[in-house]
Design a protein around this ligand. Structure first.
Ligand code: ADP
Length: 364
C-alpha cells in the first residue's frame, strides 16, 4: 500500500554534533547556553522529517473562504480510508481550521524531545490514524486573532514541517494559506527536490477564477506539478423539490481551465451535510461515505493517488536503473528476489523486468 520513496529511518538519528532534539531551537529550554550550529540543526531536522514522507500535496486557493480547508480534510480522510498513512499540516496560519474539522477544538500539545506531537485522528475502519499538526494546538484560545510579522510566518512554516513529529507518511496534505505570498514561496523553497504537487481549490465566480489563474501561473513558473482544480460549491440541490441549480455559473471556469491546460478533478456541491460534518469534527467522507458529497470527492482522491503512484514508479525505475548502471548483475537481482516469499517472487520478477526494460527473463 505504501507509496513512500524511502526506507523508514529514525528522524532523530542526526549527525553526532547535533543535539538530536526533534524540535526547533526556539522551543528549546537550553537555547541560550547552546553553542551548537542552530541553522544546521533546523536544516537537518526538516530533511530528516521529509525523508520519511512520500508524496506531499499542497492544497492551494488564491482566495479565502472557497473551501480549501474542507477539501484538505476530505482529501486526507479519503486517502486514509484507502489504507494510506496520511498527515495534515495546517499551514493556514491566519485561520487554522483543521483542529475543528478533525474534532480537536480546544486541545493542546506538549513539546517532547521527539518534537511537537501531531494529534491522531482515529475513526472506525481506518488502518492508520490521520496525523494532524496545527498551530491551533499551541494557542491558548481558538478565537484569538493571529497577527504575524513575515519573519515569524517564515519560522512557523519551518516548525510545521520540521518540529512536528510526523513519523513515516505516504501522504502529507498541506492546507496552505490563501494566495501566492510569502508562506507559499517559503514552503515551495523548503520542499524543493521532494515529491510535491499542488491541488487548487476554487469556486466558479469570476473573481475567484481570476485569482485562481494566478495560482496556476505560480505553479507553472515554479515547475510545481498541478494535479488539477477542485471546483467547490458547484451546484446546490433544493431540499424541497430536489431540483439542482448553480450559485456561480460555470461557463467561464471551464473555458479558463481548458485554456490554462489544467484539468478539473472534482466538482463538490454546496451542501449542508458537508459543512455540518466539518463542524462536527468528522470529514463527510468518513461520516457519510455513501453520500453524494463523499462520492463527489472520489475523483479528486483518485487523481492524487494516481499522481503519487506515477511519481513512485518513475523514482523506482530510476533507482533500479542507477543500480544496474552501478554494475548490479541479474544474478544479484535474482539473489535479492529470493529474499521475498516464494508466492510473491513471480509477480515481483515480472515487475522488475518491466521496470528495467529487460527483454530476456530474469532466471526463474
Ligand atoms: P477556506 O479554507 O478556503 O478558507 P473553508 O474550507 O474553511 O474555506 O470553508 C469555509 C466555510 O465554508 C466553512 O464553514 C466550511 O464548512 C464551508 N464550506 C466549504 N465548502 C462547502 C461546501 N461545499 N458546502 C457547504 N459548506 C462548505
Amino acid at each position: 500500500m505504501s507509496v513512500s520513496h524511502f526506507p523508514s529511518r529514525d528522524p532523530l538519528a542526526l549527525v553526532p554534533e547535533d543535539c538530536a532534539r526533534g524540535h526547533a531551537c526556539q522551543f528549546c529550554p537550553e537555547e541560550e547556553q547552546c553553542r551548537l550550529d542552530k541553522s544546521q540543526h533546523e536544516k537537518r531536522l526538516i530533511e530528516s522529517r521529509l525523508a520519511d514522507i512520500g508524496q506531499i500535496i499542497m492544497v492551494m486557493a488564491n482566495k479565502g473562504g472557497v473551501g480549501k480547508s474542507t477539501v484538505s480534510a476530505n482529501l486526507a480522510a479519503g486517502l486514509a480510508a484507502q489504507g494510506y498513512r496520511v498527515g495534515v499540516a495546517d499551514a493556514d496560519i491566519h485561520g487554522p481550521n483543521q483542529s475543528r474539522f478533525f474534532g480537536f477544538v480546544g486541545e493542546h500539545i506538549r513539546l517532547s524531545k521527539q518534537g511537537l506531537p501531531a494529534k491522531d485522528f482515529n475513526y472506525a475502519g481506518l488502518k492508520y490514524p490521520v496525523k494532524v499538526g496545527s498551530l491551533a494546538f499551541m494557542m491558548e484560545r481558538d478565537d484569538t486573532p493571529i497577527v504575524w510579522r513575515d519573519a515569524y510566518k517564515h519560522d512557523f512554516m519551518h516548525h510545521l514541517i520540521g518540529s512536528f513529529d510526523w513519523g513515516p507518511l505516504d501522504f502529507l496534505v498541506i492546507d496552505m494559506p490563501p494566495g501566492t505570498g510569502n508562506e507559499l514561496i517559503t514552503l515551495a523553497d523548503m520542499l524543493e527536490g521532494h515529491d510535491v504537487a499542488a491541488l487548487l481549490v476554487t469556486t466558479a465566480q469570476e473573481v475567484a477564477l481570476m485569482d485562481s489563474i494566478k495560482a496556476v501561473r505560480f505553479c507553472q513558473e515554479r515547475g510545481l506539478p498541478l494535479i488539477g482544480v477542485v471546483e467547490n460549491m458547484a451546484g446546490v440541490t433544493c431540499p424541497h423539490c430536489e431540483g439542482q441549480f448553480h450559485v456561480f455559473p460555470r461557463g467561464h471556469l471551464a473555458e479558463a481551465l481548458a485554456a490554462a491546460d489544467v484539468q478539473s478533478v472534482a466538482q463538490i456541491p454546496l451542501s449542508l451535510a458537508l459543512s455540518t460534518a466539518s463542524d462536527c469534527g468528522v470529514p463527510v467522507l468518513l461520516a457519510a461515505p455513501q453520500s453524494l458529497e463523499a462520492q463527489a470527492f472520489a475523483p479528486m482522491i483518485k487523481a492524487c493517488r494516481e499522481h503519487a503512484q506515477a511519481v513512485f514508479a518513475e523514482a523506482a525505475k530510476q533507482s533500479l536503473h542507477n543500480f544496474t548502471q552501478a554494475g548490479l548483475s541479474e544474478s544479484e537481482l535474482e539473489q535479492a528476489l529470493n529474499q521475498v516469499p516464494a508466492e510473491e517472487q513471480d509477480a515481483l520478477r515480472q515487475q522488475l523486468q518491466d521496470l528495467l526494460g529487460i527483454s530476456s527473463p530474469l532466471a526463474p
